[in-house]
Ligand binder design. Sequence first.
Ligand SMILES: Nc1ncnc2c1ncn2[C@@H]1O[C@H](COP(=O)(O)OP(=O)(O)OP(=O)(O)O)[C@@H](O)[C@H]1O
Length: 341
Amino acid sequence: MITARGLVQTFHTKQGRHKSEVRAVDGVDLDVAEGEVVGFLGPNGAGKTTTLRMLTTLLRPTAGTATVVGYDVVTQSEQVRRSIGYVSQAGSTFSGARAGDEVVDHGMLYGVSRKAAVQRGRELFEQLQLEGLWQRMPKNMSGGQKRRLDIVMGLVHDPTLVFLDEPTTGLDPQARANLWEHIAALRSARGATVFLTTHYLDEADALSDRILIIDRGRIVAADTPDNLKAQVKGDLVDLEVEDPDRLALVAQRLAAIGAEVETADQHVRGRVARAGKAVPGLLRELAAADVALASIEIARPTLDDVFLTMTGRSLRDAEDEQTDEQPAQQAGPASEEGGAR
Ligand SMILES: Nc1ncnc2c1ncn2[C@@H]1O[C@H](COP(=O)(O)OP(=O)(O)OP(=O)(O)O)[C@@H](O)[C@H]1O
């Protein structure tokens, strides 16, 4: 469904007299098979949206090639646009018409007949729990309803491949969970292939058959959520020790059953393979040595641990870095085509 080889996007930025080049996407290879839900995960500024904009023909790659639904994104951009649905991060710009009319017009823009667009629009309103809102102006909808309407717009022409750019950003937890169900149903009920970007670990985990992790414009990992987590060696064991004088002993005992151990405040942490089996013995040893623990936590590896293993930084640190860098960048893209959503 999607194949990309060596995709690069370079932006030229200018601050005062100082010009610099940002390699927002730096040689991305990716393959997405029909019927897959693929999560494109990375911190803010990692290059997710830029990659998506190249795949949806909104931005011409500086280098590299990509085919989407069998069409080349540069030489066959029109065919690509006709074959995909794209729900951008910013959402749709609504003209002020009623929701149903917006949807029907949008379908007709893609060559769908009025009758078919109404039928499909109504069907999608029902599936996305927007019944009763056909006549409502989008500006009078809640954030979650508007986001679901964006998705209806992206689907009204029945694309087999849908790109969703950060679909749940800005929604409250309940609206997010609700939208997740709808996204999962796109595949199960419609057989659609879904490519979604997110910087939420739980979202990538819950929705994706496969996750591609991008950092600083490069793909650093690509696999199923379970396989990715299996690459992190062991569960995280965190022992809070009551008496600080006993920290060294606890650290030494934890190190004996795990790998690198770190001590901070009154906590001793380390990764331990199959912690559920190994920790009871450790607790018995500590009790025999008269060590009192204030708390114990055992956590299975998360996607954040995967990110840390791959990049040496946690996802949150990576986001903070990007926020710090952000003000320095202000410029237009090197090449940008206007285009359909
Ligand atoms: N038009 C532009 N001009 C200059 N730099 C840009 C432009 N668009 C994006 N960038 C830079 O390219 C990098 C990648 O941006 P991109 O929007 O693709 O990241 P992202 O992973 O989608 O982040 P987010 O989660 O915040 O949307 C960032 O450093 C960003 O500041």
